[in-house]
Design a protein around this ligand. Structure first.
Ligand code: ADP
Length: 199
């Protein structure tokens, strides 16, 4: 069962790669950024709250994100694997993810046969790309939150709040680091190799 978290700074290619890998292994690609952006577009209560943070390049508060991800993981399509892109993004999110979300999404049969632990285990892909390349990629992407000032803040937020997750997942031996500074196809190939080695 493919259960992967994609970790990496903004512009590392998480979204592109997560979507390709999800399609290849027939699991849903769950991007918190995409879910948030569609909520903003619909002007849902969550979208209205999230927008002010996103526009500045700040993180949306953990409680909102945890609720949102919990609901998404309860969907039937997420019961046999997933690729999470953009979550967890803080140590609190990572802790709550294991404490609450993963236990509620465990399928009963697996608990009975004692496989819950295995099915709950997931690997974390750390997509590594140097800073100068990240900035260039983000500027050329041109999304609403991709202007120079917001990009600077998003990188800073990444180093302060998300990068500590690298050590967190290294300590639990869940981390796989992949060089993201190559052509899209080459990175996808390295990722597939890494995933195939897991099974
Ligand atoms: P990128 O990784 O390219 O910066 P994303 O699409 O993953 O972009 O996220 C866009 C914005 O959505 C972030 O800058 C942040 O405001 C918000 N966001 C996405 N995921 C999370 C999360 N797990 N926790 C808090 N905020 C989030």
């Amino acid at each position: 069962m493919v259960k992967l978290v994609f970790l990496g700074p903004p512009g590392a290619g998480k979204g592109t790669q997560a979507s390709l890998i999800a399609e290849f292994y027939h699991v849903p690609h769950i991007s918190t950024g995409d879910i948030l952006r569609s909520n903003v577009a619909e002007e849902s209560p969550l979208g209205i709250q999230a927008k002010e943070y996103m526009d500045k390049g700040d993180l949306v508060p953990d409680e909102l994100i945890l609720d949102m991800v919990q609901k998404r993981l309860e969907n039937p399509d997420a019961q046999n694997g997933w690729i999470l892109d953009g979550f967890p993004r803080t140590v609190t999110q990572a802790e709550e993810f294991v404490k609450k979300l993963l236990s509620t999404s465990t399928n009963e049969n697996e608990t009975e046969t004692g496989k819950a632990k295995i099915s709950n285990s997931f690997q974390v892909i750390n997509l590594q790309v140097p800073d100068d390349i990240l900035v260039a990629r983000l500027l050329s992407r041109g999304r609403q939150d991709d202007n120079e000032e917001t990009i600077k803040n998003r990188l800073q937020v990444y180093y302060q709040q998300t990068e500590p997750l690298i050590e967190f997942y290294e300590a639990s031996q869940q981390l796989i680091t992949v060089d993201g500074n190559h052509a899209i196809d080459a990175v996808t190939d390295s990722l597939k190799q890494a995933v195939d080695q897991l099974s």
